[in-house]
Design a protein around this ligand. Structure first.
Ligand SMILES: [Zn+2]
Length: 316
């Protein structure tokens, strides 16, 4: 992120003005800040105790993403895994100073299906403390590892509300074996937690194909689909005045990452099209303005009444 680091003060002003020149965008680009070996795909073959011994590779790819955002005058939300904060703090501080949002991706990248409410509380407290102490910002938003807020783990929304988070970005409105809430709204909405309290939810971009709802907003989907399909999906939302949430991980720009001993299909899904991700992200940034999630949600709340969706009951 040499450009941003080189002239933070000036650039912050410039980025701010240019972002303000496009105040109406409802497109959000988000980055889940984590290492390649923390991906859920490797949870069974890489122990958490191994993490400190593995090569940390995220920084240069975060810098490349930050450089692209700078070049195309867009802002993004970085959902930061607390574990990465001690060694990424200087870069994350620069991102915050450049106008990007620092949000929370938990601390230990634990799928919510394996946590209790108390376990999540502790994970969030650790992550929040690391982010606040090292970066001097208070995260308002959360994304669960592997989009693991489902009907079965909807209790997590109450924990987020208790812990003063203002929005969540973890509910995929699709049917999937590991995550997803089929039938959930595909645009930002108020999620009604089991206690009856509510929290804003910003779901990732999906499109309807026949009777199916297909994810297009990030991860393996974004890497597998032709770039034109993703761009058409964003354009369609934009034309209808609707929000679109995209997401990317730093390791998705890193074709040279070590291969881990995962099952064949898992390894393929993790590595497919890593060489083309950066180009796809750049084409998206060249085609559309993007803003941080908290700004897009504030804009939406100011101009319309968002729908509510009840996650009480029918868990499991
Ligand atoms: Zn993650």
């Amino acid at each position: 992120m040499e450009t941003c680091a080189a002239a933070r003060g000036r650039r912050l002003g410039r980025s701010g003005r240019e972002a303000d020149a496009r105040p109406s965008t409802l497109n959000c680009l988000s980055v889940d800040v984590e290492e390649y070996f923390q991906c859920e795909a490797f949870a069974r073959c890489v122990c958490r105790e191994d993490w400190p011994r593995l090569e940390r590779r995220a920084k240069p790819f975060l810098e490349r993403l930050a450089g692209l955002l700078e070049r195309y005058h867009s802002r993004a939300t970085f959902f930061v895994l607390g574990w990465t904060v001690p060694y990424l703090a200087p870069l994350l501080r620069q991102l915050a100073q450049c106008g990007h949002e620092i949000a929370c991706h938990g601390d230990a990248h634990e799928h919510l299906g394996r946590l209790t409410a108390q376990g999540l509380r502790e994970d969030l407290r650790r992550a929040r403390m690391r982010i606040e102490d090292a970066l001097g910002v208070s995260p308002r938003g959360y994304r669960a590892p592997t989009f693991s807020v489902t009907r079965a783990t909807a209790w997590a929304l109450d924990v987020l509300i208790e812990q003063a988070f203002e929005y969540d970005a973890s509910i995929f409105p699709i049917r999937h074996d590991r995550y997803g809430v089929p039938g959930a709204p595909v645009e930002p909405f108020w999620a009604i937690a089991p206690s009856g309290r509510r929290i804003l939810e910003f779901p990732p971009l999906t499109v309807r194909v026949g009777r199916l709802r297909i994810p297009v907003g990030g991860g393996g989907y974004l890497r597998l689909l032709p770039g034109a399909v993703v761009r058409r999906s964003v354009a369609a939302r934009q034309d209808r005045g609707e929000a679109a949430m995209l997401y990317v991980h730093p390791w998705e720009l890193d074709p040279g990452q070590p291969r881990l001993p995962a099952p064949l299909l898992t390894g393929w899904r993790h590595c497919v099209n890593l060489r083309t991700t950066e180009h796809k992200v750049e084409r998206l940034l060249a085609a559309f303005p993007f803003d941080r999630a908290d700004a897009v949600l504030a804009r939406l709340c100011a101009e319309r009444t968002l729908p509510s969706f009840d996650l009480r009951g029918r868990g499991g």
